[in-house]
Write a protein that binds this ligand. Structure first.
Ligand code: MG
Length: 370
């Protein structure tokens, strides 16, 4: 499986309703910034990271793929995934300029492309290559109904519609004012009843005192988890919140390394573990976090920066994964799209990692526009 070419690409795909917001971000498109790796014989693997479709930033990632990572990969055996991971992640010149950030996002795309290649070459869906199916079904929870820019009535209607589609879990964004968010959550809980899991996501906006005030007010709402309540890297604050509230703490979508997760585990600052193959250095490193979560008896709910194209394979194959995020923005861009039926992700059947873009997506959403 000798690597003959490495090519980068940028796709900008519109999100639901023309634009969405959480407490911190406001976006109109999702960025699919990726690598296509070809081996002798022509087989091609695809991998990508996820961005907010900020073209200058996306071009830093593709430049890293093209000029820093491609020379390390060309001529190598694509099936040596662990060795190639080490070659990139522990390259002295690269780790000097970035052990997180752009270099890691670029590495994510390349590592996933190698997994996609390996699975395609074996003629198997990735979950099979990872050791096989460990659960009958992967439960999906719907994030796309709960954005912070959705008005109260539409939020409740969206929650009801998700239930009608078969979802048994939803997530609602918080981080505006405590009063507004409690009002919205109370209305949603009233509308969906007691049997639906209702998670919330603060996207790192509030300080500890605000989070504690919110948690005290949310006691009767049976919140499944409070995601990113505080600034992403604040281990001490999350540990304090985890001790002072009965609402479980979830985080991980902005953590780049196994070491970062290890510190949250060691300080008992996390209950739900949310690594992302598009944020960390690919599936290779996320598998390590999942294994570590197993050792700590903590459940994993992957953050779907890939919109669940890769994570659905992981969730079917790793025992620590308990539930998976559903956001449908980029499904139509892939030859083997992640699909949810009656609230559960379908088991992928085609060889690969689900990361192969359609010809149409590669031309329609390509950036910069020629
Ligand atoms: Mg989140």
């Amino acid at each position: 499986m000798k690597i003959t070419s490495v090519d980068s690409f940028i796709l900008h795909v519109p999100v639901t309703g023309g634009g969405i917001a959480d407490s911190t971000h406001n976006i109109s498109h999702w960025g699919v910034v990726g690598a296509a790796i070809q081996i002798e014989g022509g087989l091609t693997g695809y991998g990508f990271t996820g961005t907010h479709a900020h073209l200058p930033g996306d071009q830093l990632i593709t430049r890293c793929i093209d000029t820093c990572l491609a020379p390390l990969l060309l001529g190598q055996d694509a099936s040596d995934i662990t060795r190639l991971w080490q070659t990139i992640a522990r390259n002295p010149a690269l780790q000097w300029i970035g052990r997180s950030g752009i270099t890691t996002l670029a590495h994510a795309a390349v590592d996933v492309a190698l997994w996609d290649l390996k699975a395609k070459n074996a003629g198997q869906p990735l979950w099979k290559l990872l050791g096989g199916q460990v659960r009958d079904k992967v439960r999906a929870y719907n994030t796309d109904i709960g954005w912070l820019n959705i008005a109260d009535e539409a939020l409740v209607a969206g929650a009801r519609a998700a239930l009608a589609q078969g979802f048994t879990g939803i997530k609602v964004k918080v981080g505006s004012t405590v009063e507004r968010d409690l009002r919205r959550l109370t209305a949603v809980r009233h509308a969906v009843g007691p049997d639906i899991t209702l998670a919330i996501d603060g996207n790192g906006k509030w300080d500890l005192a605000t989070c504690q005030r919110f948690c005290a007010g949310a006691q009767g709402l049976d919140i499944f988890w409070f995601e990113e309540p505080l600034w992403y890297d604040d281990v001490k604050g999350h540990a304090q919140l985890a001790r002072s509230s009965s609402i479980p703490v979830a985080l991980g979508e902005q953590l780049y390394t196994t070491d970062a997760f290890a510190e949250f585990f060691a300080q008992q600052a996390i209950h739900w573990v949310q690594p992302d193959v598009t944020r960390m250095a690919g599936l290779t490193e996320v598998l390590r976090v999942c294994d570590m979560a197993s050792a700590f008896r903590l459940p994993v709910a992957p953050h779907a920066g890939d919109m669940s194209q890769v994570h659905v394979h992981l969730s079917y194959a790793h025992a620590a994964c308990a539930v998976l995020e559903y956001i449908p923005w980029i499904q139509h861009c892939f030859t083997d799209p992640a699909r949810v039926v009656d609230g559960y992700f379908c088991l992928p059947q085609l060889p690969g990692a689900g990361t192969t873009p359609t010809v149409d997506a590669l031309s329609r959403y390509r950036q910069p526009v020629a």
